[in-house]
Write a protein that binds this ligand. Structure first.
Ligand SMILES: C[S@@+](CC[C@H](N)C(=O)[O-])C[C@H]1O[C@@H](n2cnc3c(N)ncnc32)[C@H](O)[C@@H]1O
Length: 441
């Protein structure tokens, strides 16, 4: 079944259920009522002011919360218009109710300090999109409380997912899948969220508390430390200049040659380029120094957060008056809007802790018609690489989640750029994208 078909089935199922959902004749949905006290108790462990209920249905949880804490601000979202219609008929103050898809939450980033999702998640065909979306709308430090169906035994879950679900579809139910602890942990890791606790409660309920890490300050410190520690091997790894680095790239990165990848990205810079180029992160300039030496008429700014990287770039680029090196954060660039002709980001976005700000800022400083070029890691292309990234590179601070898949990155770029080149090589993507001439809001 396609995502669209699953969602249509859910809407059909809950359109029928909406009128009776909170009554005593709700059939199987009566079981959901047992979850509300637990979610309430979990929420009450910490203060909150802005709460989002994902898949809120007729808003029984929001009703409970609203009665107890009428002054807080609540938002509920549900895919089924009839569920939202019933919820709205309660006319609760400070409660906004929206028809929408939880896989693409239509709210500004960092909007909520608490997100709950109760008995709705098993209806989502693209669970990672939902987790990524929750990450985006949660404030740093905010909590996500997930309550859903589960079974402890992987064999029983397999049975439910492969035998029971298709039968449920025949009976008009839009359920997609149930999950276990490791599935949820993986979804969190990919989204950049931290699974604080996971419990199986009662016969078949998962009760999970997930947190968006605090402002990336901690990440920045870790990045600084990691690049400090790896400063003496960084170039060897990337250029495969030692036997062990060749082996590493062959085993873990499908043999993708970073030097060749960098060469291809650098080809997007015209040989006679005479404008302003921002290279972020400049790193040690191991791939770029020869090209920069030939760009006599260009103005090149190499920016990096790590002073260790800059110190090495300084050695390679010191004789080039056209290059200026700056320490700074890609998430808050000190350049005016539309002041740069080419923004280049090689091997940067998989490390940047605040990718949204990085995308926003690189876009902001680029002139209309200017080029955004670069290469970086995307997940979903190789299990070995994904496992290395999650278990070693993220843990040690060289990479920071969340990571896009190649299609996600392409879509992200296409929203605001005209993507002229987009290639996937192993788990790396390299691209050239031109900022659209008209302003995009
Ligand atoms: C069993 S009800 C749970 C309602 C409520 N959270 C509760 O605990 O009683 C599941 C709800 O998930 C909603 N739903 C399913 N897929 C959704 C999606 N992709 N985005 C938003 N809501 C969705 C359904 O419309 C339905 O109202």
């Amino acid at each position: 079944m396609t995502s669209k078909e699953y969602k249509e089935l859910s809407v059909k199922e809950f359109t029928k259920a909406a009128e009776v959902y909170e009554s005593d004749h709700a059939g199987v949905y009566n079981l959901c009522k047992k979850d509300y006290p637990d979610v309430l108790a979990e929420l009450e462990k910490e203060p909150f002011t802005d709460l989002l209920d994902c898949g809120c249905g007729t808003a029984p949880m929001l009703t409970l919360l609203h009665e107890k804490y009428p002054d807080k601000h609540y938002t509920g979202i549900d895919l089924t218009p009839k569920m939202i219609e019933v919820a709205k008929s309660k006319k609760m103050k400070n409660v906004e109710l929206v028809v929408g898809d939880c896989e693409h939450l239509p709210f500004a980033e960092n909007s909520f300090d608490a997100v709950i999702c109760c008995e709705s998640f098993h209806h989502y065909p693209n669970p990672q999109d939902f987790f990524d979306s929750v990450y985006r709308v949660l404030k740093p430090g905010g909590r996500f409380i997930l309550r859903d169906m589960t079974m402890n035994s992987a064999a029983v879950r397999w049975f439910c997912n492969t035998v029971e679900m298709p039968l449920a579809h025949l009976m008009g139910k839009g359920d997609v899948r149930i999950y276990g602890r490791e599935d949820i942990r993986e979804l969190c890791k990919n989204a950049g969220l931290h699974m604080e606790s996971y419990e199986k409660r009662g016969f078949c309920r998962l009760h999970c508390v997930i947190r968006k890490p605090d402002a990336p300050v901690k990440c920045y410190n870790q990045i600084t430390e990691s690049y400090h520690q790896s400063r003496n091997i960084y170039d060897d790894v990337l250029t495969q200049s030692k036997w062990w680095s060749k082996l590493y790239i062959r085993i873990f990165w499908s043999g993708v040659d970073d030097v060749e990848l960098a060469r291809r990205v650098l080809r997007y810079i015209p040989a006679d380029f005479s404008g302003k180029l921002l290279d972020v992160p400049v790193g040690t300039a191991v791939f770029t120094h020869e090209k920069y030496a030939a760009l006599h008429n260009a103005e090149i700014i190499g920016l990096d957060y790590s002073r260790d990287m800059l110190a090495q770039a300084e050695k390679r680029l010191s004789g080039l008056p056209q290059v200026k090196l700056v320490q700074g954060d890609v998430g808050s660039l000190e350049f005016p809007d539309r002041s740069i002709d080419i923004v280049m980001s090689m091997n940067g976005f998989h490390a940047f802790p605040d990718k949204r700000s990085a995308f926003r800022e690189t876009y902001r400083v680029l002139k209309r018609g200017g080029r955004f070029i670069g290469c970086y890691y995307v997940r979903g292309e190789s299990r070995i690489t994904d496992s290395l990234v999650a278990n070693v590179l993220v843990r040690n601070g060289w990479f920071t989640p969340p990571f896009d898949t190649a299609p996600q990155l392409k879509r992200r770029l296409q929203k605001v750029y005209d993507v002229t080149h987009f290639h996937v090589e192993g788990s790396m993507v390299y691209f050239c994208a031109v900022k659209c001439q008209i302003a995009i809001k």
